[in-house]
Design a protein around this ligand. Structure first.
Ligand code: FMN
Length: 156
């Protein structure tokens, strides 16, 4: 089974998690982005603004990646303003037609509110079909590599 782990990252945590999962399950990895530099405080404020005002529409996967050549895609996305980030949602909307049948959501978040399941599940509307599974992983004060190891084991 060919698997692709996609991630958006602002401060590299989601990248680290998706690379770890990919290493365990033997998947390819690629980054997706809206092309904006969102580093630093101004980047954070811009990300909040873009989320609240829903202004993100341009998104692309870096590198020469054909989603249709995979059997399974895992989409890593940080939580921004209490839900999976707008860039991830834009990616799902843009590529709903060429995503493989098995799509998983891997959502990372800083706070201890762990139940993002309803908001994550709501992304199936953008996807246009039921996702295969989801996990949300806390990244602050938590061994997130251990949590991502546990999730990866469920995919083997
Ligand atoms: C604009 C913005 C809003 C965020 N909102 C939340 C939030 O509502 N709840 C939460 O737990 N974490 C929130 N975070 C924290 C990130 O979800 C968390 O730090 C994530 O692991 C960062 O992943 P990254 O390093 O790959 O960018 C927010 C981060 C940003 C930049």
């Amino acid at each position: 089974m060919r698997t692709l782990c996609l991630y958006y990252t602002r401060t590299n945590t989601t990248k680290e998690i998706m690379e770890n999962i990919a290493k365990i399950i033997g998947a390819d990895v690629a980054e997706y982005t809206d092309g904006k530099d969102r580093r630093g405080f101004l980047g954070y404020v811009g990300a909040c603004f873009a989320t609240v005002n829903n202004t993100i529409s341009k998104v692309s996967v870096k590198g020469d990646i054909s989603l249709t050549s995979y059997d399974r895609v895992l989409i890593g996305m940080p939580v921004w303003v209490e839900g999976p980030c707008a860039i991830g949602r834009a990616l799902i909307k843009k590529h709903s037609g060429d995503m493989p049948s098995e799509v998983y959501y891997v959502v990372t978040h800083m706070g201890d509110k762990r139940d993002y399941s309803a908001k994550i599940k709501a992304m199936d509307k953008l996807l246009g079909k039921p996702s295969a599974g989801q996990v949300s992983i806390r990244t602050k004060d938590n061994d997130y590599i251990k949590d991502s190891n546990a999730f990866a084991q469920t995919l083997i």
